[in-house]
Design a protein around this ligand. Structure first.
Ligand code: SF4
Length: 304
């Protein structure tokens, strides 16, 4: 692990010793996402709360991460989306000095706020995040054949885009690894409701989901307590952040992943987590989940 930050260093930045806590001006959810008080809402202020059993879940998570390091050594990799769950895991890896490498995918379509977390992780924890990008020639070929944003035209084209920009670089990222660590949680969607702490990924590796049992409130409670850096787009009602053309803010009561590929009726998965994906869409079944043209929310500036 390069440039370790000692537990003492991190503890000194924890909320319990931080004299300048971030306080939400909202205090509770009453406005529609994307229509908050001047756009200054804080996800911490909205969501942070330790739900019953939090300490036990946190202890189990630490145990799972330590076991992954013991079982796989340098063969264990955190595949971080740079979303808030993954930022919690990165904080735990750094806090406990675990020899687990970090890597992420840069699809070429991410928000600038997402990629900005790579240098923030380096600055905060002294950890390098290896960035895997798609093969440039494949992207050029795909865009020439299908346009810059073909994902809105059909589920098949959306999945083809994900295959070029996500699945191919993910395969390179995981090559030679015995285990990968993700931020999947059971609460995120119905098809993730059975996510275990450890599972076989079907490709000969172990997939480790150390936050499987955590609630959204737990995640933000941890972020608040340990002053974990996070994507500011989470403050704009984007609980799940993917590529910019395929992510929008969600409304009160919507599913966590409702803002991902919102124009589809699919299970909101891109194939990265095949063990929790939707049933395969057969050719000819397109009309079931045919994309409709996306509209735009003029108030929030986000696709709606
Ligand atoms: S999430 Fe959207 S932009 Fe990103 S790879 Fe998939 S279809 Fe392409």
């Amino acid at each position: 692990m390069s440039g370790d930050v000692s537990s003492l260093d991190l503890a000194s930045r924890d909320r319990s010793t931080d004299a300048s806590p971030e306080v939400s001006p909202l205090g509770g959810v009453s406005a529609l996402p994307g229509a908050d008080a001047g756009g200054h809402g804080s996800a911490i202020g909205l969501y942070a709360r330790a739900t019953p059993g939090f300490d036990e879940r946190l202890a189990r998570t630490v145990e799972v991460l330590k076991q992954a390091a013991a079982d796989f050594g340098p063969g264990a990799l955190q595949s971080t989306s740079l979303g808030v769950e993954d930022m919690v895991i990165t904080d735990l890896i750094a806090r406990h000095g675990l020899p687990i490498a970090l890597a992420t995918l840069d699809t070429g379509k991410l928000h600038a706020e997402t990629l900005a977390l790579v240098p923030r992780i380096k600055a905060r924890y002294g950890l390098d995040v290896e960035v895997f990008a798609p093969v440039a020639e494949q992207v050029v070929h795909f865009v020439r054949a299908n346009g810059e944003e073909p994902m809105y035209r059909s589920v098949e084209l959306r999945k083809a885009c994900c295959a070029v920009r996500k699945l191919e670089p993910l395969a390179r990222m995981l090559a030679g690894r015995g285990a990968w660590i993700t931020g999947l949680r059971r609460e995120q969607s119905a098809n993730r409701a059975d996510v275990p702490l450890r599972e076989d990924d079907g490709q000969g590796r172990t997939k480790i989901n150390p936050l499987a049992e955590w609630s959204w409130a737990d995640v933000w409670h941890y972020v608040q307590q340990h002053v974990v850096p996070y994507n500011p787009l989470h403050d704009q009602f984007m609980p799940s952040i993917g590529c910019a053309p395929c992510t929008r803010a969600i409304a009160v009561g919507e599913d966590f992943r409702a803002g991902r590929w919102w124009w589809e009726q699919s299970a909101k998965e891109c194939g990265l987590h095949a063990t929790h994906a939707e049933p395969r869409v057969e050719p000819g079944a397109e009309s079931e989940s045919q994309a409709s043209p996306p509209t735009f929310n003029a108030q929030s500036g986000a696709p709606a």
